[in-house]
Ligand binder design. Structure first.
Ligand code: NDP
Ligand code: 13P
Length: 320
């Protein structure tokens, strides 16, 4: 079984590095110079500096070369997924697609597998998600992730194919649960970074993580997810990682907001667009998602960290 990764960002490169332990991997970037640079230097200095690319990894800018592989991992940001799929739909039609992005599409309110289903309805797909930083995977540190696909047989096959010496995969058929866990935790991580950046303390962060988890469950269960998926790697696991580590870009954005500092807009922060998508969806569905709402307020500069916290604390008292 041959594997290609679309998107030579931090995560795509890390996955490609780890997967070469199982056989050759093709890594696609849209930029010919970037592909050449990776081939020449044996590193992805733009997106994952300091890690050597193994000899089994081939970098290319030829999409057809990547798309001819049986299994194609899609490691581009969520808001770019539809564009990449649409531009290359005919080349991708015969592959099994594994989305590796975490987020909800802003215009439609749907997750990565649903986007694949709209663009390429006949093409088998799955989702790879869960707690893992690209640098940890690339350095061979141990990680456990979730492989979600509705087809149980496909799940078993992909679990074998994509498990490596340092990536232990658990499988589930609850795609919507896995998608929402990975998407919604990024929104809560922005809120957690903000309270820490603003000096509000670790107790406030623990409160946000817990009430944020309640919010994640509220939406996920309303959309048909299973509670145990949210309690697993793709939900609770990734929430714990992202809300407590300053390696996380979502958390870093929160820290910057909390400290009143600027933040480089070119950095991929999936939680920003997802917060807006989720807030709109929650309103449509009549769901109470106060932490998501304050994250949108912070992103829009309509709230300060202090006014956001006051708003949460002033909510009517209720049962847990
Ligand atoms: N980094 C991490 O630790 C983890 C990331 N993820 C998820 O992986 C996904 C990707 O993140 P990550 O790799 O970190 O992001 P990066 O910002 O490091 O890289 C994004 C990559 O996507 C490419 N890209 C963006 N838009 C397009 C497009 N329209 N067509 C083709 N290529 C495009 C970029 O190409 P170019 O360089 O040319 O701009 C770049 O190679 C996100 O959903 C993230 O949540 C999941 C787990 C861990
Ligand atoms: O999803 C991640 C960890 O599991 C990566 O988090 P960031 O996108 O916030 O860096």
């Amino acid at each position: 079984m041959s594997i290609a990764v679309i998107g030579a960002g931090a995560f795509g490169t890390a996955l490609a590095i780890s997967l070469t332990a199982n056989g050759p991997v093709c890594l696609w970037t849209r930029d010919q110079d970037h592909a050449q640079e990776m081939q020449d230097t044996g590193q992805n200095t733009r997106r994952l500096p300091g890690v050597a690319l193994p000899s089994g990894l081939t970098a290319t800018a030829e999409f057809d070369q990547a798309a001819q592989h049986e299994t194609v991992l899609l490691a581009v940001p969520m808001q770019q997924l539809r564009r990449v799929l649409s531009e290359h739909a005919s080349a991708l039609r015969h592959a099994t697609l594994v989305a590796c992005c975490k987020g909800i599409e802003l215009e439609t309110g749907i997750g990565p597998c649903a986007v694949i289903g709209q663009v390429l309805p006949e093409t088998p797909c799955a989702l790879l998600t869960g707690p893992s930083f690209a640098h940890d995977i690339a350095r061979g540190l141990p990680t456990a992730l979730t492989l979600a696909t509705e087809n149980a047989q496909r799940g078993v096959r992909l679990q074998q194919l994509l498990s490596t010496a340092n990536i232990r995969l658990y499988r589930t058929t609850d795609v919507i649960g896995a998608e929402l866990g990975g998407a919604l935790k990024n929104v809560i991580a922005i809120a957690c970074g903000t309270v820490i950046g603003a000096g509000m303390g670790a107790s406030a962060r623990a409160a946000l993580m817990t009430r944020g988890y309640a919010e994640m469950q509220r939406m996920a269960l309303a959309l048909g997810a299973r509670a145990e998926t949210l309690a697993g790697l793709s939900g609770f696991g990734d929430l714990a990682l992202t809300c407590t580590s300053d390696q996380s870009r979502n958390y870093q954005l929160g820290l910057a907001i909390g400290r009143g500092e600027g933040f480089d807009p070119s950095i991929t922060v999936e939680g920003a667009a997802t917060a807006r998508a989720v807030a709109a969806k929650a309103e449509q569905m009549g769901l109470d998602m106060p932490i998501t709402e304050i994250v949108v307020g912070l992103l829009d500069s309509a709230l300060t960290p202090e006014s956001a916290m006051s708003r949460l604390l002033a909510r009517p008292l209720k049962e847990e």
